[in-house]
Write a protein that binds this ligand. Structure first.
Ligand code: HAM
Length: 415
């Protein structure tokens, strides 16, 4: 027996209502904030992510699904959406449109992670990117949007955690301070951190190995090394969060595991969880488009994992609107009745009613049981008499009451 690959899940029909609910809330919030949908390929040139997300990041080094296609090209299943949106922005000349260009996406992302509750190898992201504007008000708007999205889902308590990791300019000084801090401890940290120390020191702060925690805890904080512009940008962003009445906490250790971030980074964390279970995260990436070959263009965005929303909704017993099922079930007895039932089903469907028709030669009792198990509220029964008189016996499944109804009237009743 085959099973779904480790870290992947099937979304069965009974779970679909949660998914549609989250997607509808996402689409609604995007409309309110002026984001338009973009759909992107699920695989890209590997280089897009090694350059964009960054060579020394866990996502690129340990988690990316990389493969060679039959033409010898190195491709990667997308581990996230931001790099792809920026690639599309450059490829389609979106800088010619009014800036910022605001785009959202919903779709799968792939990371070879150790699967656990809320962490999968294929997960689905809802993400938003606003490209072409460096205004700190936009960072605050993105955070506000994320906050309103989680709020609109009805999820319980969550916290917005923010930090600024500065720009390329102020980062140079910060990275040397970070290296100075780690240098005396270099033999005590894990082998991964020894590589990070040489290749990508900012990533030292992503380490989850308990052995490295005390050293990471004592590390200098990026916020203490911000240049004047970055300090002002951060202060303005916080001022706007105040105007928008978004409560936030500052975490000077928050860096997030992508190389493209500059200045604002943020996460939305459930109050019961901790950073490992963050509902969503994002930040500003003012150097990414240039890194991908474009002109210097600022950007800011966030993404959230839909599985985590669905998990939260089911855990907290939040009711979601059900997906409407068939309005009427057609049961039939005898060959002639079966033909009439087929015709009736077709008529109703062409007029827009959702109809199920019994298949196979089941008894009337079995057909009624089937309709009942499927939760269909009404059954139209057709036997020899009904065929002759052009009627159906319409049964209300809740009250078990039945009445003879002309076919034309049934059409009026259920459409
Ligand atoms: P990220 O924090 O890596 O950011 O992922 C965004 C969200 O996707 C997480 O907060 C989490 O809800 C969900 N997520 C991530 N990995 C998994 C997983 N293995 N299983 C289930 N859910 C997961 C990004 O991907 C950035 N591109 C966000 C961004 C957009 N920054 C700027 N714009």
């Amino acid at each position: 027996m085959y099973r779904a690959p480790r870290g992947t899940t099937d979304i069965l029909p009974e779970q679909q209502a949660y998914w549609r609910y989250v997607e509808q809330k996402a689409a609604r919030i995007c409309r309110l904030y002026g984001y338009e949908r973009i759909d992107l390929p699920m695989f890209e040139d590997t280089g897009l992510f090694t350059r964009g997300v960054g060579e020394g990041t866990d996502i690129v080094e340990k988690e990316m699904y990389v493969f060679e296609d039959r033409g010898g090209n190195s491709l990667a299943l997308r581990p996230e959406g931001t790099a792809s949106v920026c690639r599309a922005y450059l490829e389609h000349g979106l800088h010619n449109r009014p800036q910022p260009v605001k785009l959202f996406y919903i779709g799968p992302a792939f990371r070879y992670e150790r699967p656990q509750a809320g962490r999968y190898r294929q997960h689905n992201q809802f993400g938003c990117e606003a490209i072409g504007d460096a205004d700190p008000a936009l960072d605050a708007e993105v955070i506000d949007m994320a906050w309103q999205f989680f709020f609109s889902l009805g999820l319980g308590l969550f916290t917005v955690v923010i930090n600024s990791i500065g720009c390329r300019k102020c980062r140079t000084e910060y990275l040397s301070a970070l290296k100075e801090h780690y240098r005396p401890h270099i033999d005590d940290v894990c082998p991964d951190c020894q590589v990070r120390f040489r290749k990508n020191p900012l990533r030292l702060l992503d380490c989850k190995n308990p052995r490295c925690q005390p050293i990471a805890d004592g590390a200098p904080k990026s916020a203490d090394y911000l240049c004047l512009e970055c300090t002002e940008h951060y202060a303005e962003m916080k001022r706007h969060l105040g105007i928008l009445e978004i409560p936030f906490k500052e975490d000077r250790r928050l860096v997030r595991g992508f190389d493209y971030y500059t200045r604002t980074v943020f996460e939305v964390q459930p109050e019961a969880g901790g950073s490992q279970s963050s509902l969503g995260g994002g930040g500003r990436y003012d150097g990414l488009l240039e890194e991908l070959g474009g002109k210097p263009t600022p950007g800011v965005g966030f993404a959230t994992g839909i599985e985590r929303m669905v998990l939260g909704l089911t855990r907290e017993n939040i009711p979601v609107p059900p997906i409407p099922g068939p309005e009427v079930f057609i049961a039939h007895l005898g060959n002639e009745a079966r033909d009439a039932a087929m015709k009736l089903a077709a008529t109703l469907r062409r007029k827009g009613a959702a109809v199920l028709i019994s298949t196979g030669g089941r008894s009337l009792k079995a057909q009624l049981r089937q309709a009942n198990n499927l939760g269909i509220p009404r059954v139209a029964i057709i036997g020899e008499d009904e065929v002759r008189t052009g009627t159906v016996m319409l049964r209300d499944m809740t009250t078990s009451r039945q009445e003879s109804v002309p076919v034309e009237k049934l059409v009026e009743l259920v459409v």
